[in-house]
Design a protein around this ligand. Structure first.
Ligand code: ACO
Length: 324
C-alpha cells in the first residue's frame, strides 16, 4: 500500500449550451474562425449555478460511481480560479453540502489556474501516503463565465463552466509519477485581477481591469513547451516509455496546441483525449471532466497507464502518470 489511486471520476457541466453561432451574435466572430483556431464548437455556460453547485454535482457523481461511504472522506481540495467567495472556501461549503459537516475533514481551496487539479492530486497524494487521511475528494470547479470580458472576442470564445471530481485512496497501484512546476516572471500574459489596493494607508492605484486578459500567442508557445516538458519529466522519473502510455489527457485549452505537441513529441494525435469541442476550456475542471468522460466511454481499462497534463496561469504546469 505505497501509493494512491483514483477510484472514481465525476463530472458536471453547466446547463446552458452556447454555440459558436450564439457567440457571433455577441462579438464579431464566426463558427469557422473559432472551430479552425481552437477546435471548440460549443461550451456550457452557467445560468444560475455557482462554482460550489457544480463542484457538488461532480462530487456526488464521483461518490455514486465509486460506491464508497462518503463519511470516509477526510480531505477535500477544490482547485478553482472562480470561487464563489474568497472566504469561505469552496471546499468548506462543499463539505457542508455533502453532509460532512460533523466529520473531521481538512478542506481548502487551491489556485494553480488550469494546472489546479494536477496540483491538488499531488497534494492529496502526499496526505494519503503520509497516513493522515483515508480518502480524498479532489475537485476542479469553475464558473469562468463570470471572469470573462464578453466584449473581448480573443478570450470569450475560449472558455466554459464545469467541474470534475476525483476520489483518491491508498492503494498498491495508481500514481506512478508526479511533476509540477511554476514560473512567475511571465504571469502578466494571463491575468485575472483580484481586489484593487484600496486602504487609507496605500497609494491609490488606478482601477485595474477586473476581467481575464490573455496574450494568446505567448500562452500558445508556453503551452506547447509546458506539455512537452511535463511528459519528458514524467517519463524520465517513472522510467516508462511513451508506448506504454495508453492515453494522454491534457488540459483542454485548444486542439491546435495538442496538434503542435503531437508533431513536436511524435506522440500520435489519437493518443490524446480531447472533449474540448463540447466544453471549451474549463480551466481547473477540464482534466477531471475529460477523465470522467473517457472512463464513461470505456476508454480506460484496468492496468492502463494514463498521463494527465495541465498548464495555465501563474504560469504553472505539471502532470501525473496513473495506472488504473
Ligand atoms: N473571431 C474572429 N477573429 C478573431 C477572434 C475571434 N474570436 N479572436 C481574434 N481574432 C482575430 C484577431 O483580432 C486577429 O485579427 P488581425 O489579424 O486583424 O489583427 C486574428 O484573428 C488573429 O489573431 P491571433 O491572436 O493571432 O489568433 P491566433 O491564431 O493566435 O489564435 C488563440 C488566438 C486561439 C487565442 C490562440 O492564440 C490560442 O489558442 N492561444 C492559447 C490560448 C490558451 O490556450 N489559453 C488557455 C491556457 S491557460 C488557461 O487555460 C487559463
Amino acid at each position: 500500500m505505497d501509493t494512491c489511486k483514483i477510484i472514481a471520476a465525476g463530472k458536471a457541466a453547466a446547463q446552458r449550451t452556447v454555440t459558436n453561432d450564439d457567440l457571433s451574435k455577441i462579438v464579431e466572430t464566426n463558427d469557422e474562425w473559432i472551430s479552425s483556431r481552437t477546435g471548440i464548437s460549443r461550451r456550457q455556460i452557467t445560468f444560475d449555478e455557482s462554482t460550489t453547485d457544480l463542484a457538488y454535482r461532480a462530487s456526488v457523481d464521483a461518490i455514486n460511481k465509486s460506491g464508497i461511504d462518503k463519511n470516509t472522506i477526510d480531505l477535500i481540495i477544490v482547485a478553482t480560479i472562480s470561487p464563489d467567495f474568497f472566504m469561505p472556501s469552496t471546499a468548506s461549503m462543499l463539505q457542508y453540502r455533502l453532509g460532512l459537516n460533523e466529520n473531521n475533514v481538512t478542506a481548502f481551496d487551491l489556485n494553480a489556474a488550469c494546472t489546479g487539479l494536477i496540483y491538488a492530486i499531488q497534494v492529496a497524494d502526499k496526505f494519503i501516503k503520509s497516513g493522515s487521511v483515508r480518502r480524498a475528494l479532489v475537485v476542479g470547479s469553475e464558473t469562468l463565465s463570470r471572469t470573462i470580458d464578453w466584449n473581448d472576442r480573443g478570450t470569450c470564445v475560449l472558455f466554459g463552466d464545469g467541474a470534475g471530481a476525483l476520489l483518491l485512496e491508498r492503494s498498491d497501484s495508481g500514481i506512478m509519477a508526479d511533476y509540477t512546476n511554476s514560473r512567475g516572471d511571465a504571469e502578466m500574459n494571463l491575468v485575472l485581477p483580484a481586489l484593487p489596493l484600496d486602504s487609507p494607508f496605500s497609494s491609490k492605484l488606478d482601477s485595474p481591469p477586473s476581467k481575464m486578459t490573455m496574450n494568446g500567442g505567448e500562452i500558445f508557445k508556453f503551452a506547447t513547451f509546458a506539455i512537452k516538458d511535463t511528459i519528458d519529466n514524467l517519463l524520465r522519473s517513472s522510467r516508462i516509455e511513451i508506448e506504454d502510455i495508453s492515453l494522454v489527457i491534457p488540459h483542454q485549452a485548444n486542439g491546435r496546441i495538442i496538434s503542435k505537441v503531437s508533431k513536436l513529441t511524435k506522440i500520435p494525435l489519437e493518443k490524446f483525449y480531447l472533449n474540448l469541442s463540447k466544453y471549451g476550456n474549463t480551466s481547473s475542471a477540464s482534466i477531471g471532466l475529460a477523465l470522467a468522460e473517457a472512463m464513461e466511454d470505456g476508454l480506460i481499462k484496468k492496468g492502463d497507464k494514463v498521463l494527465l497534463v495541465g498548464f495555465g496561469g501563474g504560469l504553472t504546469w505539471g502532470g501525473v502518470i496513473h495506472e488504473f
